[in-house]
Each structure stands twice: as C-alpha cells, then as structure tokens.
Design a protein around this ligand. Structure first.
Ligand code: URA
Length: 449
C-alpha cells in the first residue's frame, strides 16, 4: 500500500475541516498509518468528523474504499471456474435470505463465496444464524475457503483478521465518535470487505423502513446508488434491489428459528414475502453470474433448483463440510428439545386485523431475549426467537395468540413480551401486505422490479 509517513496529518485534518479535498495518496496514508498504529485515534476521529460534516467527493470515496480494501488481503479466485457472485444486505429483522439464497444460486452453477458478519443491535447476522446449527463453524482459513468453493461452489464464513483490517479499526472508532451514519463511510466499509472476497459481481439488498439501517426510502436510494457507483469503479458489475423492511421478513426472527424458516424456503415452502425477496435476489445473482441474460429465465432456474431438491442438497453439503449437524436440519424438533415457550395474546381491545408489526420493536425484543446483541462481545442464545403467528392483513380475535417466544431459559421473556405487544397494531379493516420489492437500480437507472 502507498504510504508516506512524512505527510503532516494535521494538514489533512485542517484541509478537510475547511471543506477541501484529500488526494488518493493522502487518504491511503491516513488509512494505512492508522491501521498499523502510526496515527493515533484522536487524529483519525477528527478526520472522521470533519469528513462527516463537510462531505466527501466520489474520488475521495473511491480512494477511501481502495485504501481500506488494500489494508489487508485481497483474494484472487480467478483460478476457480465461473463468475463468483455474492450478495450483501444492509440488514434487517428476520432477514435470513442469505441462508436459502446462497445454496439456490450455487445449485444453479454460480459459485458463491460469502463472508458475512454478526448481528448487532436490532438486526441479526448470518453468522449467528449459521452457528445455531450444532457444530457449524464459520471460522476457516483462506486455503480452506478456496478449497470448499472449488469443491462445492459454496462457502459461508466470518471475516478473517486479514480481510480489510482498516474497516474493523475504523468502524470501532466511528461507533464511538458519532460518525457511523455517513454514506461515504458506510459504502467504503461495506465494499472494502465485499471486494476483498474475490468476487466478480455483487448484488445488493438495500433495505428501508423501521427495521432497516436506513429508515427513509430516500436515504436507502442514495446509499444504493452510491454503493453501485463505487463498486463499479472497481470493475465489479453491481445491481441493487431496494426492499421494504418496515415489518419483519418472514414469520420467524432469532437464530435457530430463522434456520428453520430457511429450510422451509429450500423445501419450496416458506412465507410469501421471504420467498419473494429470496427469488428476486437469486435471479439477480444468476444474471450477474452469466447463467442467463434474462431475469424471468433466471427466476425459473432458481425455482427449479428448489423443486428438484438440488438447493437443499447443496445446503446440507455445505453444512456437512463446515462441521455442522445435518441431522439437526432433518429433525428440527430434536434441536428444540427443552426450549422454553411463551404465547403472546392479542389485547382484549384489539380490532379485527393486524395492521402492522413494527420491525424495529421486534428486533429490540430479540436483543432483550438474548437472540441479538447490545455490544459486539455479548453472547447469543441460539434457540431464542419469536414466531409470529399472525401477520399484516390477517384476522385476529381479541385475546387470540399472535406470537410465540422461545428461548433456552424463561428468565428473559418479560421485556420481550411488552415489546412484541407494542410492535403489533390492529385495525378494523384488512390491509393487504404489498410487495417487499420497492425498486431495482442497475446501469445507472431505477426500474421497478
Ligand atoms: N455495515 C457495514 O459493514 N459498515 C457500515 O459502516 C455500516 C453497515
């Protein structure tokens, strides 16, 4: 990485503070100097806040992404046949899409190298969900990652220490300096990790609504456009779907419950909204992977991978390669033995239909229950979660069960119950749930999917 230790960091901070721009080389110096410990936290904090307040140009954003990407190892998977494609979601409540999606796409012949994160706050993380499968390991060295991708076309692991180390350090600093919610930093953070995986193309699921990182649709649109533009500057064709995360995706939230719901999708069942988002993203990945040039045909290929059982086989193969218990997938009731349950009932004055279930409140209930984390070092209860028994538009009688909480122990139910009750709103009229797919951004154009 380019680095000039003689550059005066104070000059860079002053220039940014006064609205000026930094060069690619200066940004690389700042990022690399910070990663190796030559530049202290307080100077980078000042830079982060100055950039947050004054903004960054596209050139600066690309330079920041490049410096963060090259702060660690950038994988080259070109010796593995096929166009490697990954999906990144900005995260939400009940968003287990990666789990059925990756094996569906791999079963159609497009290799999926997926490096994911853990849950934090109200949003869940793919790694925590996978780890709720007994024995499943998300820790793998790069040699193992390459071998599994070459052997079965599918690997799902956690970030290794040598992938984008600058992001880990800078994200921790952003978290304590009020500089997280800034699109150039978010874009550089997400893309530095994804571009290091060795992918040829990327599909993004940018969510908006109460359970999403970006609550306003306009902010999600801006983030999607920025992510696509920056990713393509690195030569990676990128498509973004904008999806609605105002209400939890699917009926289950929590780690093991989300594995169970993912299995339903792989069996050709599962709730319509979850299937809709999974299949839309699968079709995009198959298109990006060069499997076909037509979205309808791509969707048909994805459906065939499910109905033929090939997607489920591929998932079981991956679970087995990564040390997980395939038997727990086939006998989920055994996995749940001893789990504590509590039914939540509609209030006595509830009107006839569920009007909305606020995703953020459900996510907070998951943290209270131990299915999610407040701080990144918190442990999670793999069995904890909620099963929504009634969803938007469904008829409900006063006092009828609307949700079921589950956890390894019953001692954390109380706060979760009130949050779930608060999440539900009722109405005398039925509201039909709309499509979760809001828009699609590709080749510089928004086009309804
Ligand atoms: N996700 C990331 O990986 N980084 C951010 O900055 C925000 C969301």
């Amino acid at each position: 990485m380019q680095y000039d230790p003689s550059i005066n960091i104070i000059d860079l901070i002053l220039r940014k503070r006064d609205g000026g721009a930094l060069t690619e080389f200066e940004i690389a110096t700042l990022v690399y100097g910070y990663t190796v410990g030559h530049i202290p936290d307080y100077q980078v904090s000042a830079f982060l806040m100055a950039a947050f307040l004054k903004g960054m140009s596209d050139e600066e954003m690309v330079a920041l992404t490049d410096a963060m990407l090259n702060s660690g190892r950038v994988l080259d998977l070109s010796d593995i046949p096929g166009r490697k494609v990954d999906k990144h979601s900005t995260g939400g409540v009940g968003d287990k899409v990666s789990i059925p999606l990756a094996p569906i796409v791999a079963a159609c012949g497009v290799p999926v190298p997926m490096i994911s994160g853990r849950g934090l706050g109200h949003t869940g993380g793919t790694l925590d969900k996978l780890e709720s499968i007994p024995g499943f390991s998300v820790d793998m060295d790069i040699a193992g990652y390459r071998k599994q991708l070459a052997d079965i076309g599918l690997v799902m692991i956690g970030q290794t220490d040598d992938i984008a180390p600058a992001d880990r350090k800078m994200y921790a600093l952003r978290d304590v300096t009020g500089t997280v919610e800034f699109v150039p930093f978010i874009a550089a953070s997400i893309l530095s990790k994804k571009l290091a995986e060795g992918i040829d193309a990327l599909v993004l699921d940018v969510k908006h609504g109460s359970g999403a990182f970006m609550q306003r649709e306009s902010d999600a649109r801006f983030l999607a456009e920025t992510l696509v533009r920056v990713s393509e500057k690195f030569g990676k064709p990128t498509v973004a779907l904008l999806t609605d995360m105002d209400q939890p995706l699917g009926c289950y939230a929590g780690n093991w419950p989300e594995i169970e719901e993912s299995l339903e999708v792989l069996q050709g069942e599962g709730p319509a909204d979850l299937v809709e988002v999974t299949m839309a993203l699968a079709a995009e990945m198959l298109l990006s992977g060069g499997r076909t040039d037509n979205l309808d045909e791509a969707r048909a290929l994805a459906i065939d991978a499910v109905t033929s059982g090939r997607a489920m086989d591929r998932f079981e193969q991956m679970v087995s390669h990564q040390g997980g218990s395939v038997s727990s997938l086939r006998h989920p009731a055994v996995r749940k033995e001893g789990v504590q349950e509590l039914l939540i009932h509609a209030p006595s004055d509830a009107a006839d239909y569920v009007a909305r279930i606020d995703a953020r409140l459900v996510g907070r209930a998951m943290v209270e229950l131990g299915a999610g984390r407040r701080k990144k070092e918190d442990p999670v209860d793999p069995l904890a979660g909620v099963r929504l028994l009634k969803r938007q538009g469904e008829r409900v009688a006063a006092g009828a069960p609307i949700a079921r909480l589950e956890a390894s122990t019953a001692d954390r139910f109380d706060t979760s119950v009130s949050l779930i009750l608060e999440a539900f709103s009722f109405s005398p009229e039925a509201t039909e749930p709309g499509s979760r797919l809001t828009d699609r951004y590709a080749n510089g154009l928004w086009m309804n999917p």
